[in-house]
Unconditional design. Structure first.
Length: 692
């Protein structure tokens, strides 16, 4: 028998917790374990990671084993995660694709939402006995869609297909309409029905919300990014403040907070480029913490008993799954017929539009919170997610394979999708970061090749001290690369001639391009940029981008591309055009080609021969004397001027190019890039043609 003193001492050391678990630290630890184990396990079965978290949440929650208490903390973090989720969904939308081809996107979006919604509200109200607000909300759940199968589209390299871009743009319509239906359904449930007063209230609230955010947020965001770009975590905190403030504003207007986050995402979409440091921070925090808490919250609302004890959940799940697949197929056929899509293209958009995840869960959870849905509806939606997580990728894979084999492809063998970039270090801290972020714009999704940052130090009495100082600088530079999930290799070289050290570095790393910063601080009486840059230009055949960035690259609104007469006959023209179009595409800037010496019709044809597909305007100037006045009148502080330049003695070179940098630095934005084209490799240049 254990003495009482020993028993008391053991109890003091350890006390078995009682179920359900409520201790905050223990619950948080279990939640993190779920976020880790759930996706890893379910992905091995070929399912999206979100399904694993929802299922484990259901297993641990009150409707499963009851191990973990579904307390206020999880509900709070789940609500935060819901708002975060809707914001990130909009950030990942291709708004440029929508604005490029709004008619196709609108047709697909309205058809893909309208047919399922009309059939769903009719069936749920008349056949299943739902109230009109609940029936409308249930129909909105499966009328929207999530691009679960996007990785498959990307893998088969058909993201630029006309049907695929229509689906990408159409999401803006389907998700927006679903959230408008949500606002109306919640209002109708509270008011006892739809009335003219309700429609007016919701319409005015949405208009006030949209106008306030659309016109208020972008200018403030541009100012903030330009002012505090050296502290990137400030950028993240600013963005988080903006979208949660937008959500709070929506709540004050008596509409759902997720609508505020949705509109904030639209307003900030073009200012947060895909693959940049800020976007990676947003995705990391959301995917690691907030969004998983939302999924855990949803899972803990699921009740396995409701599924197993009766047929109501299975019947409702069968209804929405069957109706969703049927109406999405009809929508794909209708749009395909009107737009003249092939059968493979129709199959691709059908497969893509059947994916359900983020928007469906978000609308469903709000429906549960507002009392429009119960356990049966929530469980039925979770079952729909499980089915579409299997079927949508399977349908898309089959159709994508056929479409990829059928579509025309150019001779692009050897075109660098992940270019090797070398960047000589600038001594100005803010310029260093902006040049790095500019270099990151060119990196593809693979991102296996590092950005090589190089410093050349002349040997003298202070060489060792200078090298030691640079080691500290390099740590900050590597940190910027880590934030963007891009490897940054740093190297210090000792050389009496910095230009020789830079050129040797390009050869050793087999660089595809060279980016150099210019601070406009030197006199240019004899040389274009100054001794080092001009020596590099004379010693390498690589494309050299000399940049002077007066604002962060992600705040660029418009790009003006200066095209000298005859430069199209240069052997590096198509590669140069490809590089500049890549920048415009990834920062979602409007493009205007300024043609010095005319030739608009000719350059319109050449512009369309190079990927990516972008809309552009073309302006003809008779002479170089018109260039600076024109740009000074047209450009603003967030614009970027670029120049396709040939080196001295090459085809397309003009003596006026010698003074162009001095004139560009006087423009309102003070931001420009002079792209010196690759020399002596015409066969390589042809790889950038879409049709060869």
């Amino acid at each position: 028998m254990v003495p009482p003193a020993t028993t008391e001492w053991s109890a003091f050391l350890f006390e078995w917790p009682t179920l359900p678990l409520e201790e905050p630290v223990l619950v948080f630890a279990i939640a993190l374990a779920v976020f880790l184990i759930g996706p890893i396990t379910i992905k091995r079965l070929g399912q999206p990671g979100i399904v694993g978290i929802v299922l484990l949440g259901a297993f641990l929650g009150p409707g499963g084993t009851g191990i973990v208490e579904h307390g206020d903390a999880i509900e709070l973090l789940g609500t935060v995660g819901l708002i975060y989720l809707l914001f990130t969904v909009v950030l990942e939308m291709d708004l440029r694709g929508f604005f490029e081809n709004p008619d196709s996107a609108a047709l697909f979006g309205l058809a893909s939402f309208g047919l399922p919604f009309a059939a769903g509200i009719t069936g749920a109200h008349l056949l299943l006995g739902f109230s009109l607000p609940a029936a409308a909300l249930l129909a909105a759940v499966f009328a929207s869609h999530t691009l679960l199968a996007y990785p498959i589209i990307n893998q088969y390299d058909i993201t630029q297909n006309r049907a695929v871009t229509a689906v990408f743009g159409g999401i803006l319509f389907t998700d927006t309409l679903a959230l408008i239906v949500l606002a109306l359904a919640v209002g109708a449930a509270a008011e006892g029905g739809v009335s003219a007063l309700l429609l007016t209230d919701v319409g005015v609230s949405l208009l006030v919300l949209f106008l306030a955010i659309w016109f208020g947020v972008p200018p403030i965001a541009r100012w903030f990014f330009q002012t505090f770009s050296e502290e990137s975590y400030f950028e993240f905190l600013f963005v988080a403040t903006v979208f949660f403030a937008a959500a709070a504003m929506a709540a004050l207007l008596n509409i759902e907070p997720i609508l505020g986050a949705f509109v904030a995402g639209i307003a900030l979409n073009r200012l947060i480029p895909e693959g940049g440091t800020l976007m990676n921070r947003i995705e990391f925090v959301g995917n690691a913490l907030f969004i998983p808490f939302f999924l855990l919250h949803v899972g803990m609302l699921v009740d396995f008993g409701v599924i197993l004890e009766g047929v109501d959940t299975l019947q409702l799940a069968a209804f929405i799954i069957g109706l969703m697949f049927l109406t999405k197929w009809l929508a794909a056929q209708l749009v395909g017929t009107v737009q003249g899509y092939s059968s493979d293209e129709r199959s691709v958009i059908f497969g893509l539009s059947t994916g359900q995840a983020a928007a469906a869960l978000a609308v469903t959870l709000v429906g549960v919170q507002e009392g429009l849905f119960g356990e049966v509806e929530l469980n039925a939606v979770v079952l729909m997610l499980l089915v579409t997580a299997v079927v949508s990728p399977w349908l898309t894979t089959r159709a994508s394979n056929k479409l990829a084999l059928a579509q025309e492809t150019g001779d692009d063998d050897g075109r660098p999708t992940d270019p090797r970039i070398i960047l000589p270090l600038s001594h100005h801290a803010d310029l260093q970061r902006r040049l790095l972020e500019f270099a990151f714009v060119f990196k593809g999704e693979e991102r296996e090749e590092p950005v090589h940052v190089l410093t050349v130090v002349r040997p003298d009495d202070d060489t060792e001290a200078r090298v030691a100082e640079l080691d500290e600088t390099f740590e900050g530079i590597k940190e910027v690369g880590n934030e963007a999930e891009i490897t940054v290799d740093t190297e210090t070289r000792i050389n009496h001639n910095p230009a020789s050290g830079i050129v040797r570095g390009t050869v050793e790393v087999r660089a595809d391009m060279l980016i150099m910063g210019w601070d406009a601080g030197r006199s240019l009486t004899q040389r274009m940029f100054g001794t080092i840059i001009d020596q590099v230009l004379s010693r390498t055949r690589l494309p050299v981008l000399v940049a002077r960035l007066g604002h962060p690259i992600n705040t660029t609104e418009r790009m003006f591309v200066v095209v000298p007469h005859g430069v199209d006959r240069h052997e590096g023209f198509f590669e140069g055009l490809y590089l500049l179009k890549t920048v415009a595409d990834r920062v979602e800037a409007d493009v205007e080609l300024v043609l010095v010496g005319g030739g608009a019709q000719q350059y319109e044809q050449l512009f369309d021969l190079v990927e990516p597909e972008l809309p552009a305007t073309f302006t003809e100037l008779e002479s170089w004397t018109e260039l600076q006045p024109y740009l000074k009148d047209k450009t603003e502080k967030n614009d970027l001027v670029t120049v396709l330049a040939a080196r001295r003695g090459s085809v397309g070179y003009h003596n006026e190019l010698h003074t162009v940098p001095q004139k560009l630095v006087e423009l309102p934005s003070k931001s420009f890039v002079v792209l010196h084209l690759r020399e002596d490799d015409p066969e390589y240049d042809r790889k950038f043609l879409r049709f060869d």
